[in-house]
Structures are given as structure tokens and as C-alpha cells.
Design a protein. Sequence first.
Length: 316
Amino acid sequence: MATEGSTKAVVAALLANSGIAVTKFLAFLLTGASSMLAESIHSVADSGNQALLLLGGRRSRRAPSEEHPFGYGRERYVYAFIVSIVLFSVGGLFALYEAYHKAHELHRAHGHPHDSLLDSRWAWVPIVVLLAAIVMEGLSFRTAIREADRVRGEASFVQFVRRAKGPELPVILLEDFAALCGLVFALLGVGLSLLTSNLWWDVVGTALIGLLLVVVAVVLGVETKSLLLGEGASAAAVRRIVDAVDSTDGIDGVVHLKTMHLGPDELLVAAKIAVPPEATARAIAEAIDAAEAAIRAVEPIARVIYLEPDIARVPS
């Protein structure tokens, strides 16, 4: 269910950003507004990012091999990390460079370069494009929020982004939020430039877009790095697993437990369990089978389970 919702949100964002990128670039060609160029590249980067997320999701479904016996679930984390790099370099750094380049041009031309936004008969086009883009991006953001609401439970959106094991929805939420903020910055930059006949507002809008994308990319990179390193199950999931083992006949309790996500929908569970000292090998084997079934009943994504029997020792 979560994977289907993630895919739906990614596809909605891809369709929205592809159409928005074309209209923004046309507006830039007609007016030369640097905010529009920064936003065009932003939308192109976002479209590429969504394609990467879809590719990662597809590759993660490959069957395990001898070289990768635990499967390819972490491919989704790898591609999400690449997304953060693309957003940082192609989106954020390009926008900051464009702001610097435009500021240099304005400084040399004393604030009014030739063929500027103010001289264009199409000066109104960016306003229309940006307003339409805000509507389309808002619809994409609404889809992402709806899909996230189905799986985040009582967690806030900040907690969801930090704790989610599936990278797609957090990435889309942050990208769509950044896109909406970037569109507002571009609208302010272009609008104030036209109202005041001062193109420095366009430079400010472009610089704000760049700074915003760099910050979002860093946040995405940090969160995805944690997933790549290998995160354990949530505290609630660990409690469910421990309770399931403790309630299994023939097992005295859990000595210690370790978990790790092999992918968003695949969990590795390794535990040392205490068994009665008088238990036979057959009884221990049956208890372990029952415990594995109990774990999978409370935590269906526990695909790989290793339970090591031990005898409970009373502290002296």
C-alpha cells in the first residue's frame, strides 16, 4: 500500500514538473528573466529526480542473487541519495551561479542591461506561467500529502520525513514544498522587478531559489545517508517483535535483538532467545519456527529472521 502510494505521488510530480519545465523555459526565452531560468532548471532537475526514484523502485524489485543474497531493496536508498546530489548541484548551485551572473551583468550595465525583462513586450508572460505553475505544483503537493497521510499515522510531517523508511514520499514532499516556495520567490522577483523597474529584485529571487534548493538537498542527503548506512526498525516495531517472541510457547524471552532495514519493505531480524535448559533439540526447533511465524504475523516486512537459542542465565 505504501509503495503504491509512493509511486502515485512520484508519477504525479513527474507529470507536473515536466509540463512546468517547458512553460518556464519558454517564458525565459521570451523575457530573459533569470528567475525563470533558475526555475526552469529546478523543474528539469525535479523531473529527472522523479525518473530516478521510479528507476530505483523498479531495480529494487530484482530477485536476490549469489552476489546480493539479501536482494536489492537498498537501490531505492541509493537513487534517493543521487536525487539529493542532483538537486544540490543542478538545481541549487546553478541557481546561485545564475544569480551571480545576472548581478555581474547588472553591475556592468548600471542596472539596465540590453534586452532585459523590462524591455520585453512579453514581460507579463512569466507572471502567468508562474501562477499556472503554482496551481499545478499545488495539485502535485496535495497528492503527496494525501499519500503521506495514509502511512504517517500520528507523526508530524517533520517526524515522517526523518523516520520514514521509504524514501520516495519524503523526497517528493520536500521537493514539492521547495518547488512551491521557489515559485513564490520567482513570482516576487519578477513581479517586483516589473513594478519597480529594478532588475535587482530578479537577482534576489534567483538567489533565494538557489539557497532554498541547497538547504533542501542537504536535508535530503543527511536523511538518505542514514538509510543507506542501515537503520533499525522503529521502536514500535521492535516492541511488537519482542512481545511476539516472549509470548511464544517454549521460549523464556529475548536475550537481545537487532534489526536492520534491507529496504523500505524488507526487515532483517536477528535475536538471541532464551530456551529452557531441559528442552530437546526438536522442541527448540519447533519453538523457533513458532516464534518466526509470530514475528511475521505482527511485522509482515520481516523477510529475513535469524533466531539463536541460548539458555537463560540467572545473574550470580
